[in-house]
Write a protein that binds this ligand. Structure first.
Ligand SMILES: Cc1cc2nc3c(=O)[nH]c(=O)nc-3n(C[C@H](O)[C@H](O)[C@H](O)COP(=O)(O)O)c2cc1C
Length: 187
């Protein structure tokens, strides 16, 4: 596919539009390899990925749900349906990649630059998935910062969400975009 086509075809495909069919490890490795080529300032390479499949993914879904359920019972404002949906989504898709940002120890850069670099790495994965005919989805639940322990997010890291990958059961329609002209000023 031509780069223009890949960019236009990339979709946020919700998990319920994905099949449970396994994805070959080498396909995920290719996505991660391309992620690793993202631009970054001062060679910090701040992207970190934890890939969950099979039993580890089941455990992740259950551990997160248990923790959220405990917090809900203790009065934390988390919508119970959102907690249940996250568990279901993690179980539904064949591959879940936990995305995080590793902050440069010396803090030589503003945080936003590290977040930007991770986001570009994710886009590289997403475009690679599109080119290989796979669906993907970046989920960033509001309660993400509460999950640090269960997601094994160390000091100096920031969780940036869940990246679901799977074969698409059917194409998901594009929400489209407003015209680029309204976002650009030519001087
Ligand atoms: C950083 C980031 C986080 C996102 N988190 C969510 C999310 O939690 N839930 C959701 O429905 N979509 C999420 N999305 C996906 C957007 O909803 C999606 O990209 C948008 O609807 C446009 O659809 P398209 O990507 O298929 O063009 C996220 C996208 C980005 C870039």
């Amino acid at each position: 596919m031509h780069i223009n086509e890949i960019i236009r075809k990339r979709r946020a495909t919700p998990p319920k539009f994905m099949t449970k069919e396994n994805i070959e490890k080498k396909v995920i490795e290719q996505m991660l390899e391309n992620a690793n080529w993202a631009p970054n300032h001062k060679k910090t390479e701040p992207w970190r990925f934890q890939v969950f499949t099979g039993d580890a993914k089941e455990k992740l879904a259950d551990d997160i749900y248990c923790l959220l359920d405990e917090k809900i019972k203790k009065g934390t404002a988390i919508h119970p349906q959102k907690a249940a949906d996250l568990r279901e989504n993690i179980k539904r898709v064949p591959v879940v990649i936990v995305i995080s940002m590793q902050r440069d120890e010396a803090k030589r850069l503003p945080e936003w630059e590290e977040i930007a670099a991770v986001s570009i790495a994710v886009q590289n994965m997403w475009l690679t998935a599109t080119e290989m005919g796979l669906g993907a989805f970046w989920a960033s639940p509001q309660f993400l910062p509460l999950l640090n322990e269960v997601l094994n997010i160390h000091h100096g890291q920031m969780a940036m969400g869940f990246f679901y990958v799977g074969k698409t059961a059917m194409d998901y329609p594009s929400p489209g975009r407003g015209p680029v002209d309204s976002k650009v000023e030519w001087k």
